[in-house]
Design a protein around this ligand. Structure first.
Ligand code: NDP
Length: 276
């Protein structure tokens, strides 16, 4: 198997130009995706002769693209920004979590079933950070990713405070997810974990976090992993906080997708190492 194959294809290839394969990630844009190299590293570790590619799929074309991928022999598809809601709509058998969250990041083409591994993957990455269940979490954002993480944190027993630039969207999120959460300002006082689930940094915007009020042993966690460090993590470090970027989450959600498709344990260490 050739790891470079996956890389070469990650250069914004449109889904209509896809070639035969086993698994792929779709998004728009998609050229930046690290998923091909991560999944190829997993297959190599497991001794599996599988391929994983990346394709650009414009919004609204997920169902059409999936029919095409199935004809080309693909078995499963990971879905990234901005197609996660589109993927849920294209699915014929969403699981309970993805239906509640309103977004899917993993599709099985044979029966068009889907799941969402972002939320459970996020919880997995909290192991080892010393943030006990019941601790307070300040979650920034109310977009597609924040929804999965909010529901997963609630199910895992954390106390949630949610800040979003557009408060009505946060209010709607809490209602639709059927969770208990306080809507608050970007004040991290009392929070053991401060999570950035916004795209503010990517778009050059600043989040109004009151860092001087953060607990000294709190962890700042950014879903984003570029640039290194992200503006959010740079500000957190400057205030002496521990930081985690989005790579452990990328590896964990990918590992859970692989396990959902193949039914065997994913080599998490190799997957995370391939990102570094
Ligand atoms: P969405 O577009 O669905 O949501 C964007 C969120 O960011 C909204 O809450 C929006 O607030 C907020 N936002 C955008 N610009 C600003 C700004 N200038 N100031 C304050 N808030 C702002 O995106 P997603 O939820 O899908 O993704 C969020 C980020 O997480 C992305 O950067 C994505 O790449 C990353 N991610 C990383 C993963 C990983 O594996 N590491 C997994 C999933 C996501 P408003 O409602 O006011 O517009």
């Amino acid at each position: 198997m050739d790891i470079q194959e996956g890389y070469a294809l990650s250069e914004q290839v449109h889904w209509r130009d896809a070639r035969n394969g086993d698994y792929a990630v779709i998004g728009d844009p998609i050229g930046h995706s690290l998923s091909p190299v991560m999944h190829q590293a997993a297959y190599q570790t497991l001794g599996l002769e599988l391929t994983y590619n990346a394709y650009r799929v414009p919004l609204g074309e997920v169902a059409l693209a999936c029919t095409h991928f199935r004809h080309l022999g693909y078995k499963g598809i990971n879905v990234t920004v901005p197609l996660k809601e589109d993927a849920l709509a294209a699915s014929r058998a969403p699981d309970e979590f993805s239906r509640l969250v309103g977004a899917a990041n993993t599709l099985r083409l044979q029966d068009m079933a889907c799941t969402n591994t972002d939320g459970p993957g996020f919880i997995e990455t909290l192991k080892g950070l010393g943030i006990d269940k019941g601790a307070q979490v300040l979650l920034l954002g109310a977009g597609g990713s924040a929804r999965g993480i909010a529901r997963a944190l609630f199910e895992a027993g954390y106390k949630l405070c949610i800040y979003n630039r557009t408060p009505e969207r946060a209010e709607r999120m809490v209602r639709e997810l059927q969770i208990e959460a306080e809507l608050c300002g970007a004040n991290p006082s009392g929070a053991s974990l401060i999570v950035n689930a916004t795209s503010a940094g990517l778009l050059g915007g600043d989040l109004p976090v009151q860092w001087e009020r953060a607990e000294p042993d709190a962890v700042a966690y950014d879903l984003v992993y570029k640039p290194e460090p992200t503006p959010f993590l740079k500000a957190a470090s400057a205030h002496g906080l521990r930081t985690v970027d989005g790579k452990p989450l990328l590896a964990a959600q990918g590992a859970l997708s692989l396990e959902w498709w193949l039914g065997i344990p994913a080599p998490r260490d190799a997957m995370l190492a391939s990102l570094r």
